[in-house]
Design a protein around this ligand. Sequence first.
Ligand SMILES: Nc1ncnc2c1ncn2[C@@H]1O[C@H](COP(=O)(O)OP(=O)(O)O)[C@@H](O)[C@H]1O
Ligand SMILES: [Mg+2]
Length: 243
Amino acid sequence: MQRIGETQKTGQLLNRMFKDKKTQSSKIVIKQMDEISKAELWKIFTRTFFNMYGKKLKQDEDALKNLKVIFYYFLRDEKFFKCKNLRSDITTPSLKKGLLIIGGYGLGKSNYFEVFEKVFQNFPSLRFKFYTSKELVQNYEMCQTPLDKEWFFKDVNRKYMFIDDINSERLASNYGKVDVIEEVLANRYDKKLTTFASCNYTNSDKCAQQTLEDLGLRYGGRIYDRLHEIFNIIEFVGVSYRR
Ligand SMILES: Nc1ncnc2c1ncn2[C@@H]1O[C@H](COP(=O)(O)OP(=O)(O)O)[C@@H](O)[C@H]1O
Ligand SMILES: [Mg+2]
């Protein structure tokens, strides 16, 4: 038996991770991200993508560009700062901030983060939970008592979380209207928790800067200033895979 935290060879790692595909159970635990190389993470990622969606990950230029910047971020690799689709002109990049993925439809924003969620179940230092913004609105609306609301905010105050498709959700109705994602983001900012999120362009010009402005308007001035502190801005490129 290998001890927890010990670096393992890729083959062993993959075999053990995918030994039991049916239950998707995996006993392997790796403590630190720096114990795994880019190549190892890539193998695990592509294999997990295949297992989850029953098709091979296309590795064209755009897909590689989109994934590279996220890989470097999670691997804490300085090459992150050199990636072209990291919009350092909009916000100052930092490995301490979270990620906001902006881009058109069908580029893999949701699926890639579902895969990362699965992969990082084996990396406690990066484990995160995937929510859609609509799901959070529904969860909030189901809260019937102040205690339920307390539980809701406890749940969304986890160390890392991903919120898919922000700005696509409606306001929550629960004894008055609440902009749940605004509340969640403001709470997480106050508690210095790291947030990953995705969002589609808000404008037909496909302008990331304008999209950020629009998110600021949607969630209020309080959030607009903070968006720059909460997120690195990553712009996904390419043409929809849904065509
Ligand atoms: N690199 C890729 N290789 C193969 N299929 C992909 C790739 N990226 C995305 N897809 C597929 O394209 C579709 C749209 O992906 P999705 O993650 O929903 O996009 P988005 O969230 O950006 O709108 C999904 O069926 C997904 O599996
Ligand atoms: Mg999506």
